[in-house]
Design a protein around this ligand. Structure first.
Ligand code: KG4
Ligand code: ZN
Length: 362
C-alpha cells in the first residue's frame, strides 16, 4: 500500500511516499529555517504564507522522486494536529482536495503519532519492533512518555508540565547567543564543552512521577548567564560551550532516567526515542550507556539497578527525527491496518479524532 503523506504543522513543508509503512520511496522537506532565522523563531503568518507557495511543488517532487503518480497512490495522509493552525490548514486543504478529486481515502494523523512511527521507517531492520514498548517523544512542541501495547494504541504515562525539551534547547540557545533552531546549535557547542563544569537541576518531580519540567533548569541557565555578564561583560566561547554541555547533560539525564524507569515499571521489550530532540547524539548515547550498564538515576539522584535490557531504537535516518511527511505516511499505514483488523469502517475523514490520540486523556 502506497501512501502519500503531507505535513505542514509548523515550519516544514513536507511530502513523502511510503510503501507499507516502512519503505520510504521519497521524503521531500522544504525547511523554512533560513526564513525564521531572521526573527529567531517561527512567525505563524510568515510560515503559513510560505506553505502556500511550497505545498504544490513539494508534493509534485515527492511523487516524481518516488517514480509514481497520483493514480498509483492508495491513500493520502495528512497531519491534522497538533501544530500551528494557520500552517496545518494548508496541508489539510491540499490533502482533502486531492482525496476528493482523486477519490482516494484521506487519513488524518496526529503529529505525535507521526513522530512515534518514524522509528518504523526502516525496511532493512533485521529484527521487527516488539510490543510492549515505551516511547519518549521529545520535540519543540511536545514532550511525552507513551506506552504502546500494540499498533495505534497509546497510553500517556508522562508529559511536560511546562516547556518541552526542544523548547528549552531553543530558549537556552537564545540566551547563549546561538542561532535558531537551538537544539543542533547547543549540541554543536556542547561537543567542545565540559559537561561537568556546571551542575544544573534535574527535576524528577517525585518518586512516582513520569512528568517533566524544564522551567527550573531554564531559570538556572538564565541566572548563570546573567552572573557571567555582570562579572565579565560578555560570554566567552569557553563559557558558552561549557554551559551548553552542562545544560544538555541535565536535559538528557532526566529524559533517559525517566524513560528507563518507565521501561522497568511497565516491563517493556523496547524503548524508543522520537521527535526532533531524538536527533541529539548525547541523548542516544547516554540512554544506550545506561541500558548497557543496567542502571538509571532515581528521583533522589541515586544510582538504581536496572536488570532489564530493553532494545533501544531511534529513527534510522536523522531526517526522520525532525518534522517530515514520511513519518505521517507510516503512522497512517499502521492506523489504517489496525482499524481494518478491528472491522471499523474507515472511510477516513477529517472528523476522525486524530487529535485525541490517547486512550487515557488527562
Ligand atoms: O519534531 P520537531 O522538528 O518539531 C516539533 O514537532 O516541535 O522538533 C524540533 C525541535 C526543536 O526544538 C529543535 O531545537 C530540536 O527539536 N532539535 C534538537 C536537535 N535537533 C533538533 N534538540 C537537541 N539536539 C538536536 N540535535
Ligand atoms: Zn514535530
Amino acid at each position: 500500500m502506497k501512501i502519500l503523506g503531507i505535513e505542514t504543522s509548523c515550519d516544514e513543508t513536507a511530502a513523502a511516499v511510503v510503501e507499507n509503512g516502512t519503505r520510504v520511496l521519497s521524503n521531500v522537506i522544504f525547511s523554512q529555517i533560513p526564513l525564521h532565522q531572521r526573527t529567531g523563531g517561527v512567525v505563524p503568518e510568515v510560515a503559513a504564507r510560505e506553505h502556500v507557495i511550497k505545498i504544490v511543488p513539494v508534493i509534485e517532487e515527492a511523487l516524481k522522486l518516488a517514480g509514481t503518480s497520483f493514480e498509483n497512490i492508495d491513500a493520502i495522509a495528512v497531519t491534522q494536529g497538533p501544530g500551528l493552525l494557520s500552517s496545518l490548514v494548508i496541508g489539510v486543504t491540499a490533502a482533502s482536495t486531492l482525496a476528493t478529486v482523486l477519490k482516494k481515502p484521506l487519513i488524518p494523523v496526529n503529529h505525535i503519532a507521526g513522530h512515534i512511527y518514524a522509528n518504523w521507517l526502516d525496511e532493512k531492520a533485521d529484527d521487527p519492533i516488539r510490543f510492549p514498548l515505551v516511547v519518549l517523544t521529545v520535540s519543540g512542541g511536545h514532550n511525552e512518555l507513551v506506552l504502546m501495547k500494540s499498533h495505534a494504541k497509546y497510553e500517556l504515562i508522562g508529559e511536560t508540565l511546562d516547556d518541552a525539551a526542544g523548547e528549552a534547547f531553543d530558549k537556552v540557545a537564545r540566551l547563549l547567543g546561538l542561532g535558531y533552531p537551538g537544539g543542533p546549535q547547543v549540541a554543536r557547542a556542547a561537543e567542545a564543552g565540559n559537561a561537568k563544569r556546571y551542575k544544573f537541576p534535574q527535576a524528577h518531580l517525585g518518586k512516582d512521577s513520569f512528568d517533566f519540567s524544564f522551567s527550573g533548569l531554564k531559570t538556572a541557565v538564565l541566572n548563570l548567564v546573567q552572573e557571567e555578564f555582570t562579572a565579565s561583560g560578555a560570554l566567552s566561547e569557553e563559557f558558552i560551550n561549557d554551559c551548553a554541555a552542562s545544560f544538555q547533560e541535565a536535559v538528557c539525564g532526566v529524559l533517559s532516567d525517566k524513560l528507563l524507569r518507565a521501561a522497568e515499571i511497565y516491563k517493556v521489550s523496547e524503548v524508543h526515542l522520537a521527535g526532533g530532540v531524538s536527533a541529539n547524539k548525547r541523548l542516544r548515547e547516554l540512554t544506550a550507556e545506561k541500558i548497557a550498564g543496567g542502571f538509571y538515576f532515581d528521583h533522589l539522584g541515586r544510582k538504581t539497578k536496572f536488570p532489564r535490557r530493553p532494545k533501544l531504537r531511534s529513527a534510522a535516518d536523522f531526517a526522520y527525527c525532525t518534522d517530515n511527511a514520511a513519518m505521517i505516511a507510516a503512522a497512517a499505514f499502521f492506523h489504517h491496518k489496525q482499524a481494518k483488523s478491528r472491522r471499523i469502517n474507515l472511510t477516513p475523514s477529517l472528523a476522525d479524532p486524530g487529535l485525541r490520540m490517547y486512550d487515557n486523556p488527562r
